[in-house]
Each structure stands twice: as C-alpha cells, then as structure tokens.
Design a protein around this ligand. Structure first.
Ligand SMILES: *[C@@H]1O[C@H](CO)[C@@H](O)[C@H](O)[C@H]1NC(C)=O
Ligand SMILES: *[C@@H]1O[C@H](CO)[C@@H](O)[C@H](O)[C@H]1NC(C)=O
Length: 367
C-alpha cells in the first residue's frame, strides 16, 4: 500500500482537485485542512475501488528515456516501425509531414491480469487548429507490427485501442453534422475515445469511430507548453481512461466502463498517422504498472471458470443505446415538450367543442 501512496504523484495530486489547498490563511485552519487532506489521501489509498492495490513498474512493458536500444534489432523490448524515430527526447512516431505513419510495438506479450498504463505524449505542429492530423493510438492487441488505416494500425484488430483523434473527418462537414447531431451530441476535437475489437469489427474512419465508441472526451492536447498524459487502467474487467492535459497534475475522467473483457497475453504498442494534414506525434514515455488487486476465493474461481479468449464488452448494445440516448436527449426533450403541448392544446380544443355541443343541445331542450 505504501507503494500506491508514495509513488504515484498523479494520484496524490488528484486530491488537490478538491480545492482544499485554497482554504484559509490562519495557522490552525491550515493544519486542520492538512489533517483532513491526509485522512482523505489515506482513505483513498486504502479504498481505491474499494480494494487495496499495489502497483509495480514493469520495465519490460515500459518505454522511457534514454530509450536504450529501442529500434535496434533484438536488443530492446520495443520495436520501431515505419517513419518512427528515436531521439534523446522522445520516440517520434511521425514527423510534422504529410502521409507518414509510424509505430512502436512491445516485443513481450503481457500476462498481467490488472494493469495501468501512463502515457506521456506530445502532439505539436505548425498547422493551425483543424489543419492538423490525424492522431495517435495506444494499443493492447493480439496483433502487432501490422500496418493499416486505424491510426497506422490494421483494421479489424483484436483487443483494445485508445485513440487521440486530432482531426474530425465527420465533423468537418459542419452542415452534415448539424443535421445529424444536436449541439450536445457534437464531439469537440481533439477527441479521446476507446474501442474494443474482436477481429471482425471495422473502425469507421469516415465517422471517426462513432459506431464502435465505448465512450470518450474532448482533450485540447495540441501545441501545449506543459506535459500531457493519458492514463489507461484495466482492473477487474473495468476500463478507465483519464487525461492530464491542463498542466495541473490532475487526472480528469474520460471514460469508465465495467465488463470489458480482454484476454491476457496481448501486446502493447503506440501508432500514429498523418495524411494531407500532419503533426509531430511523440511518445515521451509509456509506463506500465502491474496492479495487485486482492480477490476473494469466489472471484478467483469465477474468473478461472470464465476464461476470456475473444475481447468483448458486456452489454455493448445497451452501452450504445445509452450513448445515443445521452446524445439524443437534447432533441428528445424538445420534441417531448412540443408534442405534449400540442397534445394538451388538442385535448382542450376537443373539450371545448364537446362542451359547446353539449351546451347547445341542453339549451335546445329548454325551448
Ligand atoms: C465480434 O463482434 C461482432 C459485433 O458485436 C459480432 O457480431 C461478432 O460475432 C463478433 N465476432 C466474434 C469472433 O466474436
Ligand atoms: C473487417 O471486417 C469486416 C466485417 O467483418 C469486413 O467486411 C472487412 O472486409 C474486414 N476488413 C479487413 C481489412 O479485413
């Protein structure tokens, strides 16, 4: 537990998001806050996802300076492909030039059950906003070193992809976009999203992966002076993606989905691609932590019996529906209110007609 508390500056610094530091100047107040903060930090470490967790950096799945032997044959845990290049400062997947693609792939399959990857990356280039592209992706897949159309990786991949998509293919046609989505449902780019493939699910490039999206968030990551991070955690079949892009050392939630089934023994990798538009896509480090999660006997048994061989997401249809509904709700509310009002007016009119009819007949009876 000590490891989880002391090592991860990011997780600790999340607490400052609560704004406790900004409180009060006087001394006793300050110490009170410190105590409160301490208590919070401690309880958070113990009760992360209600389970005690330890984490260990796994060097064989991590990539960091000085990138010793990266790219040279056989002497490293990482293999370079395409236009990727190593410098002293970064692994540059693509330079800021048209039609490039590059990748770095781990050589060792990962057999950890629960893990967390912290990606230190940088996307920058000369292009103005929306005149840059296309983005980078982080992978945990069965296949490795394949080239293709999904951010430089093959389509119909098997496993997990987390994309930092910097160019809106669909949204570029603003008019089409307005027709299809209400303001609330529009995605603002750059956009971070996750997808799980099973070998026969195609990434819809024209629609920026919308049909297969598990969730995502906007992330203004280009041309920033401070460091930018992506965090991918996979614990007890729960996938969590967070970003730290504001230079505040705070993780911001991006997506969090239970029931994500990923087999063990897949490969980590990072890829990037440029087209007519370009950017430098740099990986500064990939740090993979093994998480040790305590499981009950029953849970262990269940997982033993329920071996995962093909990646999938529980209740994917429901999830899609929720995403669509969430995105639809603005329009839906408008029409619900409109039709309710129309219905109400209709009822009143009918009522009035019936009443006047009845009134007339009654009057006639009196004569
Ligand atoms: C992959 O997922 C699709 C869509 O959910 C499904 O139709 C297909 O059967 C799955 N393929 C495998 C091999 O499980
Ligand atoms: C991907 O899978 C889809 C549907 O299973 C198929 O139509 C398509 O040809 C496949 N694409 C590739 C590149 O294998």
């Amino acid at each position: 537990m000590a490891a989880a508390c002391s090592r991860n500056h990011h997780r600790e610094s999340r607490h400052s998001a609560l704004g406790l530091f900004s409180a009060g100047n006087n001394m006793s107040c300050k110490s009170l806050w410190t105590l409160a903060l301490l208590a919070l930090t401690l309880s958070r470490c113990v009760a992360d996802d209600d389970h005690e967790m330890e984490e260990f950096l796994k060097r064989e799945y991590s990539l960091s300076k000085p990138y010793q032997g990266v790219g040279s044959l056989g002497s490293s845990h990482w293999e370079l492909m395409g236009d990727a290049m190593v410098t002293t400062e970064q692994v540059r997947l693509t330079p800021d030039m048209q039609s490039r693609q590059g990748a770095v792939w781990g050589r060792m399959p990962c057999h950890l059950k629960d893990w967390e990857m912290q990606v230190h990356f940088k996307i920058h280039g000369k292009g103005k906003k929306n005149l840059n592209g296309d983005g980078l992706a982080i992978w945990y897949t069965k296949e490795r070193t394949q080239k293709g159309p999904v951010f430089g990786n093959m389509d119909n991949f098997t496993g997990l992809g987390v994309f930092v998509d910097t160019y809106p293919n669909e949204e570029k046609q603003l008019e089409a976009q307005k027709k299809r989505y209400s303001p609330r449902t529009q995605r603002i780019f750059p956009f971070v999203l996750a997808m799980v493939g099973n070998g026969s699910i195609s990434y819809d490039h024209e629609r920026d992966g919308r049909p297969t999206e598990l969730g995502g968030c906007n992330a203004m990551v280009r041309n920033l002076k401070h460091d930018t991070f992506l965090f991918i955690r996979y614990v007890r079949r729960r996938l969590t993606v967070m970003i730290d892009i504001d230079g505040q050392h705070e993780w911001r939630d991006c997506l969090d989905i239970p029931g994500v089934r990923l087999p063990e023994g897949y490969y980590f990798g990072a890829t990037a691609v440029t087209g007519d538009l370009s950017d430098n896509h740099d990986i500064i480090s990939l740090k993979l932590y093994q998480l040790t999660v305590l499981r009950s006997k029953k849970e262990e048994q269940e997982e033993e019996e329920d071996q995962i061989t093909i990646p999938s997401v529980d209740n994917m249809d429901l999830l899609r529906l929720e995403l669509v509904e969430e995105r639809m709700s603005g329009v839906a509310i408008f029409f619900t209110v409109l039709f309710s009002m129309l219905g109400f007016i209709f009822l009143i009119v009918i009522g009035l007609v019936v009443y006047s009819h009845w009134n007339e007949r009654r009057r006639k009876r009196f004569y």
